[in-house]
Design a protein around this ligand. Structure first.
Ligand SMILES: *Cc1c(COP(=O)(O)O)cnc(C)c1O
Length: 428
């Protein structure tokens, strides 16, 4: 595949290139195992001296095509798919951080990742230190400790909708000799390619826009190949012998592919988090329309955000593409094509009006999901943050009247009419 195609073309053509007479659609290789002609050839696979599929816990030809497509779209050297976004974040971190290490994480990240890092990884001895992603570079640099192995943030945070200053924070990380990992789930490679701004590793929940139809759960880790793991002694797992492969050293044997290769042949081998060929096929099908879908998601969401802002019923509206938004400047730099379909707003009158409004919607689906073709709505105070009292909600930065909307790709007039009707009913 020629590298200079735009993402809109790559999301259709990259990864799988059928030869003369072969199927146009990506074939589903429904096989756990692969056939070889001799034990010598299988031995080479175990020594990592030959390429090839060994067992579908580690790689599969259908999944490999999708991995290639995503790597190509992101301008990375390689990608690895997983069976959830959570698995991708877990692998991305534990590939380079072990017990006794710490990681520096934006406090605005997705709640599921917060649980994974702050609670579960803590049990494994990895300390998660949160930082305010808007603090100045010097203060951030001062938070990096000798045992800090990485910085982690989200391009557009779910659900805070803050925009991460990738280029600035990548510089802080690189000055300290550690990589920047970016969760690009909401933006996707169509709206922002973090590697172009200095991010070293990109992670995904492909369950969101990449799939786009709410049919498969998946994740992905993309390696830029740009980080020099040998520049200091912080990454022994990559630069010293791995006993499970006869003392092989990843940086020596695989160069720019060291990080992603170690992740596959060590962690994915051991943890069992690889996706099925069926799931990869569905993801690929979704990705073929990623560019056109996001164009409509962004356009519809901007119209909805403007409408809510002007309606008189909102205390405030969060959408980084809005001129009034705190992150508008960063959005112009990192997300010039749009800021995805997710908008949040705080309805006047708090919890009571929020519930009335949501009960009055008919096109919007009440769902604990975002980033699908269907318009969805969620009230954090009565769902994801249900355990908290109104007082505790304020402390957590979630207003009782906050509503998260994932604007779908339906006709904008139907979307607006549904919102207008529901607002009128809530306030009649
Ligand atoms: C949903 C989500 C995840 C977790 O992904 P799953 O596929 O649900 O495991 C991680 N990061 C972000 C930003 C998400 O929105």
């Amino acid at each position: 595949m020629k590298k200079n195609y735009s993402p809109a073309t790559k999301c259709i053509h990259s990864g799988y290139e059928p030869k003369n007479g072969e199927p146009l659609a990506l074939p589903i290789y429904q096989s756990t195992t692969y056939s070889y002609s001799s034990p010598t050839e299988i031995g080479k696979l175990f020594d990592l001296t030959a390429d090839g599929h060994m067992y579908s816990r580690i790689s599969n030809p259908t999944v490999a095509c999708v991995e290639q497509k995503i790597a190509d779209m992101e301008n990375g050297v390689a990608a690895l798919c997983t069976n959830s976004g959570q698995a991708a974040s877990f692998l991305a971190v534990t590939n380079i951080a072990s017990a006794g290490d710490s990681i520096l994480v934006s406090s605005k990240i997705y709640g599921g990742t917060t649980n994974l890092f702050a609670v579960t990884l803590k049990r494994f001895g990895i300390d998660c230190i949160f930082f305010d992603q808007d603090i100045d570079s010097e203060s951030l640099a001062a938070m990096i400790k000798p045992n800090t192995k990485l910085i982690f943030g989200e391009t557009i945070a779910n659900p805070a909708l803050s925009v991460f200053d990738i280029e600035r924070i990548a510089k802080v990380a690189h000055q300290a000799g550690i990589p920047l990992i970016i969760d690009n789930t909401f933006a996707t490679g169509v709206l922002c390619r973090p590697i172009d701004f200095g991010a070293d590793i990109v992670v995904y929940s492909t369950s969101k826009y990449m799939d786009g139809h709410a049919v498969q759960l998946g994740g992905c880790v993309v390696d830029s190949g740009n980080f020099d793991w040998t520049q200091n002694d912080k990454f022994p797992g990559l630069c010293t012998p791995d006993d499970s492969y006869h003392g092989l050293v990843y940086t020596q044997s695989f160069g720019k592919l060291a990080y992603i290769t170690k992740m596959r042949v060590q962690l994915v081998r051991d943890l069992g988090v690889y996706p099925t060929a069926q799931a990869a096929f569905l993801l690929d099908l979704g990705m073929q329309t990623l560019d056109v879908r996001l164009e409509r998601h962004c356009k519809n969401a901007y119209t909805v955000a403007k409408f809510l802002e002007d309606s008189g019923y909102a205390e405030f509206v969060n959408y980084p593409a809005l001129e009034s938004d705190k992150y508008h400047g960063l959005a112009q730099k990192y997300l010039p094509k749009g800021c995805s379909g997710v908008v949040s707003f705080c309805i006047k009158g708090g919890r009571e009006k929020a519930e009335k409004f949501m009960n009055s919607l008919s096109l919007f689906v009440n769902a604990v999901h975002v980033a699908t073709v269907h318009s969805c709505v969620l009230h954090p105070a009565s769902s994801t943050h249900r355990q908290l009292s109104d007082e505790m909600l304020v402390k957590a930065g979630i207003d009782a009247g906050l509503i998260r909307i994932s604007v779908g790709i339906e006709d904008i007039n139907d979307i607006l009419e549904d919102l207008k009707n529901a607002l009128n009913k809530a306030f009649e």
